[in-house]
Design a protein around this ligand. Structure first.
Ligand code: EPU
Length: 419
């Protein structure tokens, strides 16, 4: 198992290129199951999560070719059962339920368990499938959905914690092949949902309103093959901007969509950093002493939960008292105990972290627990005195394409070692 060693204290400068979005790529790859014809997807990031998704597609009968970020999937024949051994490594594998239900009118997928960021139910996905006429059975750890014919319906997908991203994706992917019109109210507005809708429309679907709270889907009888470029990963970009804020003298992220990052750049501006956005790039530079901040995570276009841990790392070394409230996954604070081991002063009050910024963090052996928490520990290590040894880095490899190499390009002293 690899470890990442971060030798703190180097100043980061320069630019890096942002990869395709993980959270777009996963449902878009799943959506290729909706047609017999080949689909070619460009800028698929080289991550363990995208590999897992391709393994699932292969298990389901699809032929997959992958060469330097370009993936072609041909799902000429598919079967509809994805057992535990195949799906257990990744919660997003639940995203094959919608396309399988659309294509085969039935799907059996092992239920995702909870994970360190919380309980992660799929009740809203299932509610959506039921509204389209499907029966749902949960037995022996599997969820089985089946229907003689999908029929469009009006569905509200808003849950207790707001809209659901993968739930919106899943229901949209089933509804494209339903008879009649489906209206998803309370839909997630994330750019990744729009990217999926764009891809589905290229396949012949008729979807309007993606990016708003109300998505309207006119069912069609068949979809065809299509070619698509994945949007840039706004969370990877945000992570590098925070790295630049923590330890940089001017860091630029290239090939980004600045509009997707507004909540993040607003937060960094609020902290006192200078932000310069161009058409496809953003630069963060220091601009006097950073200021503390209050942040609440919210569904898009609010501040993303996937950037909460990284902001915790930044605010841990920002003089003054900052407050972060996690509204999407109230238990998503596994990084806090590890940051404290590095000298951060954080007090938890329910889903709120009260952070008293300290002048110095100190390097320590720390344990990665989930993807974004792990990234936060690496970022903290950039600023810490001494060496931060991050173990369990397979969490990072799930969602960041060559994080250590890109940080090295910016001047960080970081190495990956075999444990
Ligand atoms: N929820 C329910 N019932 C459901 C589905 C969700 O109560 O049926 C709740 C969740 O427990 C949570 C909230 O609704 O409190 C939002 O969850 P959502 O369904 O939107 O999360 P997701 O679709 O499973 C995606 C991303 C996550 C990201 C969240 C929120 C993918 C593959 N994953 O998950 O990304 O945190 O949206 O934006 O798109 C990550 O990349 O590190 C990551 C965890």
């Amino acid at each position: 198992m690899d470890k990442i060693l971060v030798h703190g204290g180097n100043s980061l400068a320069g630019s890096i290129k942002i990869s395709g979005s993980k959270n777009s790529a996963l449902p878009i790859l799943a959506a290729t199951l909706l047609t017999r014809e080949p689909c070619t997807i460009h800028r698929v990031p080289d991550l363990s999560d995208t590999h897992y998704m391709l393994q699932i597609l292969t298990h389901l009968g699809a032929q997959v070719e992958r060469a330097s970020g370009i993936v072609t999937v041909t799902a000429d024949k598919v079967q509809s059962v994805a057992p535990y051994e195949v799906v257990r490594k990744m919660r997003a594998s639940v995203g094959v339920l919608g396309p399988l239900l659309g294509r085969c009118k039935e799907a059996t997928v092992s239920l995702p368990g909870g994970c360190v960021i919380g309980d992660r139910p799929i009740d809203l996905h299932l509610r959506g499938f039921e509204a389209l006429g499907a029966a749902v059975r949960v037995e022996s750890g599997n969820v089985k959905v089946f229907v003689p014919k999908l029929v469009g319906a009006v569905i509200n997908l808003r849950g207790k914690f707001g809209p659901t991203v993968l739930g919106t994706d899943n229901v949209m992917m089933a509804a494209v092949l339903a008879e009649g019109t489906t209206v998803i109210e309370g839909a997630a507005q994330e750019p990744e949902v729009c990217d999926l809708a764009d891809f589905l429309n290229k396949m012949g679907a008729k979807i309007e309103g993606a990016g708003t709270r109300r998505i309207i889907i006119e069912g069609v009888s068949e979809l065809h093959g299509a070619e698509h470029d994945i949007i840039p990963d706004r969370i990877e970009a945000g992570t590098f901007l925070v790295a630049g804020a923590i330890a940089g003298s001017g860091v630029t992220v290239n090939r980004v969509e600045p509009n997707h990052l507004t909540a993040i750049t607003n937060a960094l501006s609020g902290c006192g950093f200078k932000i310069e956005a161009k058409k496809q790039s953003i630069t963060v530079s220091p601009n006097g002493a950073p200021k503390p901040l209050e942040i609440t995570t919210e569904p898009y276009p609010g501040f993303p939960t996937d950037m909460q841990a990284q902001m915790c790392a930044l605010l841990s070394t920002t003089d003054g008292i900052s407050v972060i409230t996690e509204n999407i996954f109230p238990q998503r604070y596994m990084h806090v105990a590890e940051l404290k081991r590095m000298g951060a002063q954080v007090q938890m009050e329910g889903a709120t972290a009260v952070i008293q910024g300290v002048e110095h963090l100190t390097g320590a052996p720390v344990m990665a627990s989930d993807l974004r928490a792990s990234a936060a520990l690496v970022l903290a290590g950039l600023k810490a005195d001494g060496i931060t040894e991050v173990s369990r880095v397979y969490h990072i490899d799930r969602g960041y394409e060559h994080l250590d190499e890109k940080l090295s390009e910016l001047g960080a002293h970081i190495e990956r070692v075999k444990a």
